[in-house]
Ligand binder design. Sequence first.
Ligand SMILES: NC(=O)c1ccc[n+]([C@@H]2O[C@H](COP(=O)([O-])OP(=O)(O)OC[C@H]3O[C@@H](n4cnc5c(N)ncnc54)[C@H](OP(=O)(O)O)[C@@H]3O)[C@@H](O)[C@H]2O)c1
Length: 243
Amino acid sequence: MIPRIAVNGAQGKMGSITAKTIQEHPKYKLVGEFGRHTELREAIKNSQPDIVIDFTTASAAFENAKTIIDCGIHAIIGTTGFTPQQISTLKKTCARKKLGVIIAPNFSISALLLMRIAKEVAGYLPHVEIIESHHEKKADAPSGTAIKTAELLNQARAKTKKFNSHELISGARGADKDGIPIHSVRLPGFLAQEEIIFGSPGETLHLKHNTIDRNAFMPGVILACEKVQLLSTLVYGLEELLF
Ligand SMILES: NC(=O)c1ccc[n+]([C@@H]2O[C@H](COP(=O)([O-])OP(=O)(O)OC[C@H]3O[C@@H](n4cnc5c(N)ncnc54)[C@H](OP(=O)(O)O)[C@@H]3O)[C@@H](O)[C@H]2O)c1
């Protein structure tokens, strides 16, 4: 049986390319393209998908995820901006229902490799800062990827002192995630870029990933479609399934 997939946010930048990718993929069937004006529960009932992929907005994605899970359908959530509490709530519901769901702040395999390499480096070089740069229309800051990267780096590094300078302008030292500064750039010309800078006496190490086309996310979306059907719980971060 060919898995049936619906895309929520299908008119958006990520949703439209995802719908096209699924439509052209020989192993999957696109059965729904939902948007802001779709009644999600009704649309799921009518189109009977096995998987719903969500690329909407942070303010809508939690309710969307609850609805999809409540319908007993696998969800793949690419929308960023979930709080740790929201992820924990959804995780408990999925565990209770034994339902596979993936929340992935980044579907780019190269970006995931960057996180993996950075995690290893953090074991040797605990002093680290993140600079993430995105297009000017990105709704949230810092990026979901930068938050996830900071979480992973903090798990891997030794306890360390943050270097605080007196901020002459508030925010100059970036946002603080687990003691790791994250600096967010929003400018036309960028799609998505993340640089992780490690500092050590007398040297720095820079790791950088640059997304120049949204097609970069599609192999990860397809990987998530394969994996989510085998899961019976919620997985946060595609890297958990890759490595
Ligand atoms: N995980 C990843 O790898 C990855 C990569 C890139 C982006 N993202 C994230 O994906 C999300 C979407 O990004 P984008 O660039 O595609 O944004 P976008 O172009 O603004 O698309 C969002 C779409 O969702 C629709 N929408 C808004 N509220 C909705 C609701 N309640 N139900 C259904 N659809 C709704 C919007 O409709 P209207 O136009 O009518 O508002 C729009 O068509 C963002 O959170 C972004 O950070 C994730």
